[in-house]
Design a protein. Sequence first.
Length: 391
Amino acid sequence: MDKMFSLSVITLYLLHTITAASSQVSAIQFNNFGYSGAYTPVVDLANIYDDTCSCAVASKPTTFSGTNTPLNEEVSVHFRGPLQLYNFASYVSQDFTLGDNSGEFTRLSFYDSAEGTADNVTFLTRAGKNSSCLGFGLTYADTDGISKANSPTVLADDTLINSNQEYVIFSNLTCDKSGVNNDCGVYREDIPAYHGFYGTTKMFLFKFSMPNETKSAWDVANYNMPAIWLLNAQIPRTAQYSNDVNCSCWRSGCGEFDVFEVMNVTEYTHLYSTIHDYQGTDDIESGLAGNGYIDRDLNGTMVGGVVFDSTGKVIVWMSDDTTFDETVQAGDLNSWIKGAEKNAVTTTLPTASLAVATETGTGSSTTKKNSGVVVARSSLITVLSSLLWFI
Ligand SMILES: *[C@@H]1O[C@H](CO)[C@@H](O)[C@H](O)[C@H]1NC(C)=O
Ligand SMILES: *[C@@H]1O[C@H](CO)[C@@H](O)[C@H](O)[C@H]1NC(C)=O
Ligand SMILES: *[C@@H]1O[C@H](CO)[C@@H](O)[C@H](O)[C@H]1NC(C)=O
Ligand SMILES: *[C@@H]1O[C@H](CO)[C@@H](O)[C@H](O)[C@H]1NC(C)=O
Ligand SMILES: *[C@@H]1O[C@H](CO)[C@@H](O)[C@H](O)[C@H]1NC(C)=O
Ligand SMILES: *[C@@H]1O[C@H](CO)[C@@H](O)[C@H](O)[C@H]1NC(C)=O
Ligand SMILES: *[C@@H]1O[C@H](CO)[C@@H](O)[C@H](O)[C@H]1NC(C)=O
């Protein structure tokens, strides 16, 4: 390969990545979401309450390709405080193309805090037993979102979770028993295991508030850094926060999408959106963020959502026009987004993956924590050839 040419390719890539400071927007769009990649699912969790606790991932990776991969797989929906959730809904569509008014979305789940109803919604939280390699297990969440309940429970109307407190929403479909070839794969057997939300073309709507933190001590982790994000639903069913990379498929790239996330206390009023897989990056910890942020309203409620369309366009928007109807017509959805789109930022993802999934890498398989990925020198060639693919 010609050296000068490679250098200019790298320079172009870096310029493309670094230029243009982040600005305040109402919508964050990603085009060309989905690529040809692979991840390694967890196939074994052993002695989970012993010091000898260990996990293993498949020796043969699960490959994927096509629209919205790998998040075309089932996802769970995660919430971190300070946050109060008023409404949540999940939708699927046979066919929806951003900007095209044909088609519709059908609501499959709906939570309404004022009504105290949670249709096809199961609230879980990490209030289970602590395992040396898996961390805390999921349990049903009680009305406060963070204590353990013994059966599915709807959150109390005014439930505010504080910094670093989290709950998760799954569907109400229970998993078959844990097993490599079963519907939910291998999972931690002492948890209430539920399916996530399926669909290549899907949408999630949220009405929520993220008030300024006043209750937690400033030194708590993730202080005043609220977030709403999606994970491949396999991740929380094995281990969301683990120090062992083999206890979750996260490190190998089974997928995370951050919808509305405060990244640090300096920018505590900015909500960013980030993809964590290997599309266009070899740094899964940092992921690939949209080049703009949506304002976090510290006082009022916010309404918005994320839609994955049938052509690999994914858009996060905030607009008070958004409603939670049982059927959402494509035209209505486009009009909500269009309002927000006047002030939007778009990132077109490269088709290539910049790294092969690393099963053996050291460091945390944790989402929302940092630990660097060391890129082996030998992979530079791969990086260069992948860059050539998309420039
Ligand atoms: C799941 O939710 C649907 C929709 O609300 C409801 O019809 C169904 O009875 C629920 N199933 C279970 C097992 O709770
Ligand atoms: C949970 O277990 C891990 C690993 O053994 C340990 O480091 C951590 O301190 C435990 N957490 C609590 C709150 O007991
Ligand atoms: C509940 O959500 C799951 C996951 O998306 C879906 O498979 C199921 O059909 C939904 N149930 C109903 C009654 O719509
Ligand atoms: C929000 O809380 C932080 C402390 O966490 C404080 O520094 C800041 O002034 C507060 N912002 C407003 C607008 O009150
Ligand atoms: C906070 O996060 C934003 C977005 O990722 C980043 O641009 C900024 O440098 C971060 N600030 C600090 C102090 O880390
Ligand atoms: C908005 O919230 C901030 C921080 O909680 C507070 O300082 C401020 O007074 C509020 N503003 C209004 C207009 O209520
Ligand atoms: C993870 O599994 C791989 C084999 O797939 C093994 O080489 C590696 O040592 C394991 N990592 C840890 C931290 O156990």
